[in-house]
Design a protein around this ligand. Structure first.
Ligand SMILES: Cc1cc2nc3c(=O)[nH]c(=O)nc-3n(C[C@H](O)[C@H](O)[C@H](O)COP(=O)(O)OP(=O)(O)OC[C@H]3O[C@@H](n4cnc5c(N)ncnc54)[C@H](O)[C@@H]3O)c2cc1C
Length: 471
């Protein structure tokens, strides 16, 4: 059994919390600091501690929690959960990698249970490629640990994203069409429920909970380890191309049609920068081909290369791990509230492409991305997991600076959307839940919430209230 231990602290070291006695002046009201049990004391970071600035915010959102527990093991997660239970009057954030775009893994004046020190990655069984990963590991570390074995777990496009947040929500990544979502490779989860019970969920144990953990996991407990079945992935083709997108709608439509026609070993993501100061819009297209054969890679890329005037390109054959080493798992320094919206579309129709072009030209979005889905993602029936939109061929995300302006623009495009990916959507209106999950999924989630988290301890991330199904 191989075993590697990666730590999530920004410096790569693990100094552990430290505190001066006079720092207590910075303590916030509402937290019973003196009731922290001895067994948790070495995990506590509170306002005024030297390491507090490193843990108060997430990647995108600023925060000022009253207390952060950096748990070292499942036992400390159980203890921290009990502390949170006795503090129902303050928000509770669960944090793994701190890259949640919704930003709910920090808060103001509440509790954060931070799992960044639980970051082990180990192979459980070579013959079935079963690996156990703790939630605080980052996807770049998972990729690096599995690369020497010729394996990979389909993850997101940024290596700095944490395992915990992505593997409970979905995981739409660069191997998506070839290998499916991250949750499709999940075989079991260990989690701490709101009442402190440590349980295992898989197809054979608490299958209903396992279903819910794959798409809406943040609502049911704190995942302390995941078992994934890795796929055999050799080197992959990796293309980064930049296009003149003066004809925004035309380029979107052409790219969408090419991707839908392409074999499933191809997954492509497109980012559009809006036109600025007389310059045309620019499209960045990142394409992964799950093949190390140069001819296959060339064939797959040929239609993309010719879709618009190309400004720059780089094509390589590289390991998945080297591509995921694209980010830095450093200190999270987000400020303010992130503003983003998501929608799933079946096809890039001319009408959708024109509406997207209008949105970009209006200036309400500085970041507009379309990810291809379909392929292996659509092989799994939608009712098999709690992930909302399996039939969509594309996931569309827009980031903005004004909540109101982005919402106004995005809401006019609702007719195109058949679902959304909550990880990319920060709209605080509760009705987003209906957009994210089909009615049957939502009803089942509410009933399971009543069973596994009736007090809604883990309610801060979504708006999923516990509810009995209608008769
Ligand atoms: C730069 C960047 C690139 C991204 N790329 C992709 C991508 O390619 N594909 C994709 O699908 N997503 C992507 N995302 C979105 C990302 O997957 C989600 O936001 C995910 O939640 C982040 O996980 P985390 O552990 O880093 O975040 P955190 O902020 O630590 O957690 C986010 C939320 O997840 C829940 N959570 C975290 N840990 C646990 C746990 N152990 N148990 C239960 N619930 C938990 C909590 O509710 C928390 O609020 C990206 C985000 C960023 C910032």
């Amino acid at each position: 059994m191989s075993h590697q231990d990666y730590r999530g602290s920004p410096s790569g070291q693990d100094p552990g919390p430290s505190r001066r006695p006079d720092d207590r002046a910075d303590r916030l009201p509402g937290i019973a600091y003196d009731s922290v049990p001895d067994s948790l004391k070495d995990s506590v970071i509170e306002p005024g501690d030297p390491t507090y600035p490193q843990v108060k915010s997430t990647f995108f959102r600023g925060g000022a929690p009253g207390i952060v527990f950096q748990a070292k093991n499942t036992g400390q997660v159980v203890e921290a959960t009990a502390f949170a239970r006795s503090h129902a009057h303050v928000p509770l954030g669960i944090r793994s990698g701190g890259h949640g775009i919704r930003g709910r893994s920090t808060n103001d004046g509440g509790i954060v249970i931070d799992l960044s020190r639980m970051a082990k990655i180990e192979v459980l069984d070579r013959s079935s490629r079963l690996v156990r990963v703790e939630p605080g590991a980052r996807w770049m570390h998972v990729a690096a640990a599995l690369a020497p074995l010729g394996w990979a777990v389909s993850s997101g496009d940024s290596g700095a994203v944490g395992v915990g947040g992505l593997a409970t929500a979905g995981g739409i990544g660069l191997l998506g069409r070839a290998h499916g979502l991250t949750i499709d490779h999940l075989r079991a989860v260990e989690l701490v429920l709101g009442d402190g019970a440590v349980v295992r969920a898989s197809d054979r144990e608490r299958a209903d909970l396992f279903w819910a953990m794959r798409g809406a996991g943040s609502q049911f407990g704190i995942a302390t380890s995941f078992e994934f079945q890795a796929a055999e992935v050799r080197n992959v083709g990796w293309a980064q191309m930049v296009f003149d997108a003066a004809d925004i709608a035309g380029l979107l439509e052409t790219w969408g049609a090419i991707v839908e026609r392409s074999p499933r070993d191809l997954t492509s993501f497109l980012i559009l920068n809006p036109p600025r100061a007389g310059q045309p819009a620019i499209a960045f297209v990142m394409t992964m081909i799950d093949s190390d054969d140069p001819k296959t890679i060339e064939d797959r890329l040929a239609p993309i290369v010719n879709m618009a005037p190309m400004l720059d390109q780089r094509v390589e054959i590289a390991s998945y791990a080297s591509i995921l080493s694209n980010a830095h798992a450093g200190q999270n320094t987000g400020v303010g509230e992130p503003v983003s919206r998501s929608g799933s579309v079946e096809h890039i129709s001319p009408e959708f492409a024109s509406a997207a072009a209008r949105l970009l030209r209006s200036g309400v979005t500085y970041f507009f991305q379309i990810r291809s889905m379909g392929g292996a993602i659509a092989d799994i029936p939608v009712e098999a997991t709690a992930f909302g939109s399996r039939s969509a061929n594309f996931e569309v995300t827009a980031g903005g600076t004004s909540r109101q302006r982005l919402d106004d623009g995005w809401d006019t495009m609702q007719r195109f959307f058949r679902g959304l990916y909550l990880s990319f959507d920060t709209d605080p209106r509760p009705e987003r839940l209906q957009s994210a999950f089909p009615p049957a999924t939502l009803e089942r989630l509410r009933a399971l919430k009543l069973r596994y988290d009736p007090g809604n301890l883990f309610g801060d991330d979504l708006f999923l209230e516990p509810r009995r199904p209608p008769r």
